[in-house]
Design a protein around this ligand. Structure first.
Ligand code: PLP
Length: 386
């Protein structure tokens, strides 16, 4: 059976060139970068080279790049480290209703500790309004955290505008760029951010490696303690193979960013058109133009997203409904609900995310298998008004 992987926003395969580079740091160059002997020095050299690649890729300085275990840890470090360090200045945090749980739950945990929290609403496209950010700011606001691109619907937020506002008001600004890195340009100065999160496994590096960018001179404090690694910002022996892989993956995805984005956007548009032409009672979610090139999110009336996923899986198509972290639970997506989509319809959501290994044949295959599945599911659905 043909296998089609349409779940690149959940994770990506490690690129063969990345894997090849990385394997040398698992086997022959296995040294600890803190050791002074040859093995250690070689690992240190490679780690610093990877740091430079990442810095170049996002318009930062190498000393502003800190390697972590992934997006979740970077989000926690940025948010907790910023608010703890600025506690004397104020205790108010602003975020949005469509953030990943790594941001939302961190902010809620801080609320339990006594910080005050504003969770901004979004419009029907999942977009935060600049006026709402401006209105939410108080004398007590120390941090704004708004994601660059949404992981469920692909909407791209007005990050530079929010960054400009935050800067004028002297408020720190964090963005989670986990889904945008490698798909659209990510530049810390253009975006006007103080903190930025990326995660390797979303762009062809392995799982368990990420980056937190911290602008030089930003008041911030570490949230874990131990050795002096990563200039005491993130102690613990470095994940050398992961770091090397992430550096290589950044270089690789940025080498043909605009060509690959255009290719994916064309495949995505074909997918959208094909679904719209073949299936009645379907909605496309997210912003019509300010969106990621590789992500589509549909809601189908009268079906459950989970049943659709199982049926597609039986035909060899791997997709997702809502974010990977909530798949498996029957809760409708908090992102779709925040966009005002009714609960019954939000349950019928399907996210398809394309990547380097996808081509026209994959899209054609999907468009062939979907209509009979949809007919069958709707014919047995208790949700259909008969
Ligand atoms: N932030 C966003 C927007 C994500 O999509 C994800 C993963 O799905 C994360 C954070 C978490 O990243 P990681 O899996 O590296 O912890």
């Amino acid at each position: 059976m043909k296998k089609v992987y349409f779940d690149h926003s959940a994770t990506t395969p490690v690129h063969p060139v990345v894997a090849e580079e990385m394997i040398r740091y698992v086997t022959e160059n296995f040294g600890n970068p803190s050791s002074i002997h040859f093995f250690g020095r070689e690992a240190r050299r490679a780690v610093e080279e990877a740091r430079e690649k990442v810095a170049r890729g996002i318009g930062a300085k190498p000393e502003e790049i800190f390697f972590t275990s992934g997006g979740t840890e970077s989000d926690n470090m940025a948010i907790k480290g910023a608010v703890y360090a600025n506690r004397r200045k104020g205790n108010h945090i602003i975020t949005s209703a469509v953030e990943h749980h790594a941001v939302l739950d961190t902010c809620k945990a801080l609320q339990e500790e006594g910080f005050t929290l504003t969770i901004l609403p979004v419009d029907r496209y999942g977009m935060v309004r600049l006026e709402d950010v401006a209105e939410a700011i108080t004398e007590q606001t120390v941090l704004i955290s708004i994601m660059h691109a949404n992981n469920e619907v692909g909407t791209i937020q007005p990050i530079s505008e929010i960054g400009k506002l935050a800067r004028e008001k002297g408020i720190l600004f964090h963005t989670d760029a986990v889904q945008s890195m490698g798909k659209i340009p990510v530049d810390v100065d253009d975006l006007q951010v103080d903190f930025l999160t990326i995660s390797g496994h979303k762009f062809y590096a392995p799982k368990g490696i990420g980056v937190l960018y911290i602008r030089k001179g930003t008041k911030w404090q570490p949230i874990s303690h131990g050795g002096g690694q990563e200039r005491k910002h993130r102690p613990g022996t470095e994940n050398v193979p992961g770091i090397i892989a992430l550096g290589k993956a950044v270089e690789l995805v940025l080498s043909d960013l605009s060509e690959e984005s255009q290719r994916l956007a064309a495949l995505r548009d074909k997918l959208v058109q094909g679904v719209m032409d073949r299936i009645p009672h379907v909605y496309l979610n997210g912003h019509p133009t300010r969106r990621l090139p590789n992500l589509v999110n549909f809601t189908f009336e009268f079906v459950e997203g989970e049943s659709l996923l199982y049926s597609l899986d039986m035909k060899g198509v791997a997709a997702s409904s809502g974010s990977a972290c909530t798949a498996g639970s029957m809760e409708p997506s908090h992102v779709l609900l925040a966009m005002g989509i009714p609960v019954e319809i939000a349950r019928g959501s399907l996210r398809l995310t394309l990547g380097r290994d996808n081509n026209n044949e994959d899209v054609d295959y999907f468009l062939d298998v979907l209509p009979p599945i949809m007919d069958r599911l709707r014919s047995i659905s208790p949700l259909v008004k008969k």
